[in-house]
Design a protein around this ligand. Sequence first.
Ligand code: FMN
Length: 307
Amino acid sequence: MSEIDLQVKLGNLTLKNPVLLASGTVGYGNEISQFTDLSKIGAIITKSVSLKPRKGNPPQRIVETASGMLNAIGLANVGLEVFVKEKIPFLKEIQSTIICNIAASSIEEYVECTKVLDHEDEIKGFEINVSCPNVKEGGLEFGNNLTAVGKITEKVRAVTNKPIIIKLSPNVARISEFAKVAKDEGADAVSAINTLVGTAFDIWTGKPKIYNVTGGLSGPAIKPVALAKVLEISRNVDIPIIGVGGIMNWKDAVEFMIAGATAIQIGTVNFINPQAGIEIIEGLKNYCKQKEITSLAEIIASYKLPS
Ligand SMILES: Cc1cc2nc3c(=O)[nH]c(=O)nc-3n(C[C@H](O)[C@H](O)[C@H](O)COP(=O)(O)O)c2cc1C
């Protein structure tokens, strides 16, 4: 049997395999590099970068929940200037494809960040975060507004030829409408999904466990929701989908592909098992061998509604 081809294309960018590390769960690559071989990973998506540094929310910012976690980091990040000066040199060394995730509180800020980073050769594409549930400005204010998502995509598209991925929120009624707007305005792919809004209370103090009151739920608890969102987009919009939400192992990754994902991202699992990405790549190769297929293209969006 010929070699198994795990390559995937996102716009004009070819990735060696479809396993990406999700934004916010590996810092700028530096938080995981000692524990795994990042050169084997399809791509690393950086922590959201904003024009100015952000302190994020005060603690408590993370709480464990049944089969998952709530986080309300509030997009804490070093800001564009420090990112370019201090983080990109490290990212250059790790020989992986780098996709920069951008967050902003205005359309102009998204455009400005993209323009600056477009000049950085090391950044191969952009994931535009229009869906953070943990910030007052930007975040969901954009993520559940079709016009805003369309405008952001259009304006960012105008300043770069690198691939643009719009990261969609699950906290909307019809996610496929957002994927359609992103496609119509020139996005190369969408990521689905960001975290789901959730909360948790301390029964003795009667107070929320998270300072921000609500946070974003991630981990295995959200996998069925993420899968259904990927399926909805896949049935309604012809755009590459990067599936994300609760993927813990290669079997989860295969499920997302059957539902319509071209590639996948792993987030929460990185905190538990930093080798998960490499294990998933190996698992996908073995799965292809067992299924006697030479390319994952044969399983992507292979589920069709019974007619
Ligand atoms: C601690 C933490 C921080 C995150 N920070 C970001 C972020 O800065 N930008 C972003 O687009 N998504 C962020 N996310 C969302 C993840 O990228 C991902 O969409 C989500 O966690 C679902 O995937 P998972 O269940 O595999 O973790 C964060 C998630 C976690 C758990």
